[in-house]
Ligand binder design. Structure first.
Ligand code: ADP
Ligand code: MG
Length: 254
């Protein structure tokens, strides 16, 4: 199964007495888009955060492109990696948050150049040229010298996506990328994500946008109570759900 890019196996995670992930298995193949749906509190963000080791799982393991995330194996034991190694692994995992998280004191172009120069030691000139290409790709060439506060939410989120791409990640994780946007700005961000999907970027997208899931997802995953209740192609999960919990959720959001 060499084309599995994201491999989540038997992952458990608790916060104190609250078990938030209760045995999650998820495989995302290279070039495919997985959309994760589920009610608030079902563990979606915790799952994404576990994939890039922002959360340390209690049980199970996660690999990206065959590389164990957060740990190294020695015999039959796992040892947590040093912070440096974890940061190196994270450069391969792009993360787009609900609230953009751009650096407010840097221009749009500088936001894109910072990580390739500091984390990947790319020459500044090369990073600047890449930033220019990426801004064109998200339709923001004219905003290179603007500061985040001068942009609309939709534009800021497009910059955040371009910034994630600047590290040429193996996988892009999106946590409700349009939930903080005014309704009229949602479409422009979904268009950018759709365009990435068409170009073969491996993605895991947590969203409540069912229309987007139907159109773009290869696989739709429905989570509830810390487990994956069902998953499959959009036509199966969205149009012919097998579980009552999925039906109840879809009835509320559709
Ligand atoms: P979702 O993204 O599906 O809404 P989350 O993964 O954010 O769900 O949260 C799942 C549950 O875990 C929620 O009950 C939330 O309050 C709890 N939780 C998340 N992060 C923490 C944390 N750092 N400490 C304690 N509880 C947390
Ligand atoms: Mg969440």
């Amino acid at each position: 199964m060499s084309d599995v890019m994201v491999d989540v196996r038997g992952v458990h995670k608790s916060f104190g007495p609250l078990e938030v992930l209760r045995g999650v298995d998820l495989q995302v193949r290279a070039g495919e888009v997985t959309v994760v749906l589920g009610p608030s509190g079902s563990g979606k963000s915790t799952l994404l955060r576990s994939i890039n080791h922002l959360e340390k799982v209690d049980r199970g393991r996660i690999s990206i492109d065959g590389e164990l995330i957060g740990y190294r194996r020695s015999g039959d034991r796992l040892h947590e990696l040093r912070e440096r190694e974890i940061l190196r692994q994270r450069t391969h995992i792009g993360f787009v948050f609900q609230n953009f998280n751009l650096f407010p004191h840097l221009t749009v172009a500088e936001n894109l150049i910072e990580a390739p120069v500091h984390a990947l030691h790319r020459p500044r000139k090369e990073a600047a040229a890449a930033a220019e290409r990426l801004l064109a790709r998200v339709g923001l060439s004219d905003k290179a010298d603007a500061y985040p506060r001068q942009l609309s939410g939709g534009q800021q989120q497009r910059v955040a996506i371009a910034r994630a791409l600047a590290l040429e990640p193996k996988v892009l994780l999106f946590d409700e990328p349009t939930s903080a946007l005014d309704p009229e700005l949602v479409g422009e961000v979904l268009e950018v994500i759709k365009d990435l999907a068409g170009s073969g970027t491996t993605m895991v997208v947590v969203t409540h946008e069912i229309g987007f899931a139907r159109e773009v997802a290869d696989t739709v995953v429905f989570m509830d109570g810390g487990v994956i209740v069902e998953q499959g192609p959009p036509s199966a999960v969205l149009d012919d759900p097998q579980h009552e919990r999925t039906r109840a959720f879809l009835a509320k959001v559709l």
